[in-house]
Design a protein around this ligand. Sequence first.
Ligand code: PLP
Length: 252
Amino acid sequence: MQVSPSIEIRRRWEAVWEQVRQHAARAGRNLADIRIVAVSKGHPPDIVEAAFHAGIRCFGENYAQELRAKADYLRQRGYEVEWHFIGHVQTNKIKLIAPVAALIHGVDALHTAEALNRWGERHGRMLSILLQVNTSGEASKHGCAPEALFALAEAVLRLPFLRLEGLMTIPAPAAAERVRAEFRLLRHLRDELRRQYGSSPLDFPHLSMGMSADYGIAIEEGATLLRIGTALFGERPPKQAHHVHSHQEQNP
Ligand SMILES: *Cc1c(COP(=O)(O)O)cnc(C)c1O
């Protein structure tokens, strides 16, 4: 007998949370400080609907059009969910992203931040963002260099329609200990940011790090937002050809 997608997703959701609980307990962390962003990219809107019925309320997408299509699909059916944009932000896509994203994870350049700020000003809305840091040192990856982060953050903090909520990284595929070092670096950078620019220990609360393969390590290193796709939804269906070229690096 075929199991409904909703039941299968709920089973996976509970299994992932059980892992999260164990890692959090081992690291002495409060479970309330950890959220899962269910990465639904590559899956059709009805899978998100099934995930909603499995109890999931926060979803991540990395293509602007796909985000909008799914956000519209769920809104039209009366489902209230929170969307996060986890891809690289292109300025010409801001009009699609900004109206629906509760948090934009992948900001890595001042011109992007300025464009988001202009959108916020025009629409009278604050936008919450994370700055993406290239913790691996690989040239092909998005994210600002660790050395450039503080100047970027200082400039971003002057933009009145942006709320800087923390940092995000996508580590290079590597052995666990290298991944751990990248997560540790991100946390260190956030702590330093707090020291230099924060007015309270609650400033820049978020560390968006950890995916299906490494979220346990991320929890141990302080992650507050886990971006988990495959462990919840299974393997993604093959991408359409036009995505493969322009966004390859966004689909590790
Ligand atoms: C696809 C993606 C994820 C989820 O990856 P999984 O390995 O499927 O959990 C997380 N973050 C970003 C930025 C992604 O593009």
